[in-house]
Design a protein around this ligand. Structure first.
Ligand code: ADP
Length: 454
């Protein structure tokens, strides 16, 4: 059987004028493409196979041009973000680099190059240990580490290492070495991020030395205070003893009597100041123990009232004791420290009140707490000073000391004692109208303040 010969392609000479017009339209369309319109598709109404094939080929070519252009764009944007990332990595002060599983450099930032003493071009694609540079030993260790991590797949995190730089100066690095895996969980690279923490460590060390010095100084201050207060209190007690005897015998002239009274008054002020300073330094050094015991609170409050009554009466100020009926008969507290709190508050209230009254009231606050309140109708404290008065050596105005005496320690001691006893102190006051100080305290030893081991 003889094969049928292929039907001959129609020749361009067969093109009708309508087909020719279509060819011309396709040519015009191609002109648009040259001007940049790559989204174009060519369609033809011609039935002529050559014209149809031409349209098909043009569309096919345009489609592949578009595909190539998209790929190019993707590559370009990937390159751009890679360059951006590289710039970002270069800006870091940490040493950042990645090595492949054979220890060859894939990426390295400026800080790492500077530390090693190499140029990026010199080390890229090379094992840092194979090329000549000042940090060869470090490079060897790094390559070995990369190989180890590549074979085990285990990261090494938060390592603290001493690493000498190329001038021999020791740096401390905190480092993370992490395997980088592909989608089959195979390690392809190892990422090294090393942060220079030398300054931080030095600062921490200096801080430690300073804290040590400070603790030492505080210890000396405490010892000094203890010795000084003893040294001062002994002669002061002698002075108080002698003035007391001299005042009792009544032999002195009235002028001498006044002088003795002034000596007595000032010596007492000095003793109380020394006691305050000593107390504060003991509290600050954490050397004060709260000795909890069950006390009959009404008896204690009555004693405070009785001891302040003469002082208040002498000034023409009424002293009121007001105990709420719901206050328990007994409660757990440190009677000496509580007395210190009450004494300080009552001393201030009588000192800063010229007329009216001072009221000491005790009441229950809730299931677990009670309140000791000292209210006066004295000079009051402006709002601006109501926080500052609890700071050491703080008084409302300079010059108060000469008028009222005191060193600005009492309230600071009161506040610290309240906190040590698991409570707190608050003040409410209005200038010219009076002040109310409220110490809220636990009815029994708080669970958190555990008894000391015997
Ligand atoms: P001081 O020994 O100077 O009284 P405090 O710490 O006890 O020290 O008090 C600090 C300052 O707070 C006092 O100097 C005074 O200015 C003010 N202050 C304290 N209590 C009262 C009060 N009841 N009325 C007015 N001012 C007060």
């Amino acid at each position: 059987m003889t094969p049928t010969p292929p039907s001959p392609l129609p020749s361009p000479a067969d093109l009708a004028s309508t087909d020719l017009a279509e060819v011309e339209r396709i040519a015009d369309a191609l002109g648009q493409v040259v001007l940049g319109d790559f989204d174009l598709t060519v369609q033809t109404t011609s039935k002529h196979p050559i014209v149809q094939k031409l349209a098909l080929m043009v569309n096919f070519t345009l489609a592949s041009v578009r595909q190539t252009m998209e790929q190019n764009e993707r590559v370009e944007s990937a390159l751009k973000s890679q360059m951006f990332l590289m710039q970002l990595i270069d800006l870091q002060t940490d040493l950042i680099f990645t090595l492949d599983t054979e220890g060859r450099t894939v990426l390295i930032n400026k800080a790492a190059c500077d530390f090693l003493g190499v140029y990026p071009e010199q080390v890229m694609g090379q094992r840092p240990s194979d090329i000549d540079h000042p940090q060869k030993r470090l490079a060897q260790a790094v390559v070995e580490t990369a190989r180890r991590i590549a074979s085990t797949g285990k990261p090494m995190l938060n390592l603290e290492q001493r690493v000498p730089d190329r001038d021999g100066k020791v740096h401390w690095f905190k480092s993370n070495f992490v395997p980088v895996m592909d989608d089959q969980y195979r390690v392809t690279q190892v990422l090294f991020v090393m942060s220079d923490v030398t300054e931080l460590r030095e600062a921490a060390h200096e801080m430690g030395v300073m804290v040590n010095d400070l603790q030492q100084a505080l210890k000396f201050k405490d010892q000094f205070m203890a010795v000084m207060s003893h040294e001062l209190r002994t002669p002061l007690n002698a002075i108080l003893g002698f003035t007391g005897i001299a005042l009792m015998t009544g032999d002195a002239s009235s002028q001498m009597q006044r002088m003795l009274e002034r000596i007595d008054f000032n010596a007492r002020r000095l003793v109380s100041l020394i006691n305050d300073v000593l107390d504060l330094s003991r509290i600050n050094a954490g050397r004060i123990d709260i000795l909890w015991e069950r006390v009959t609170i009404r008896e204690l409050a009555q004693a405070w009232h009785d001891s302040f009554l003469p002082r208040a009466t002498a000034k023409g100020v009424q002293l009121v004791l007001d105990i709420a009926p719901d206050l328990p008969e007994t409660l757990e507290t440190d009677p000496d420290r509580l007395t210190q709190i009450a004494n300080n508050l009552l001393t201030n209230a009588t000192k800063f009140t010229e007329k009216g009254s001072v009221t000491l009231s005790l009441r229950r606050l809730d299931e677990a707490r009670w309140a000791l309140t000292v209210r006066d109708t004295g000079i009051g404290i402006s709002e601006a000073y109501q926080t500052a008065i609890f700071e050491e050596f703080r008084q409302v105005e300079a010059g108060m000391q000469s008028k009222y005496g005191g060193a600005g320690l009492g309230l600071s001691i009161v506040q610290k004692l309240c906190v040590l006893m698991g409570g707190q102190i608050a003040v409410q006051s209005k200038l010219g109208e009076g002040s109310t100080f409220t110490a809220s305290l636990p009815l029994s030893r708080p669970a958190l303040i555990a008894p000391k081991e015997a």
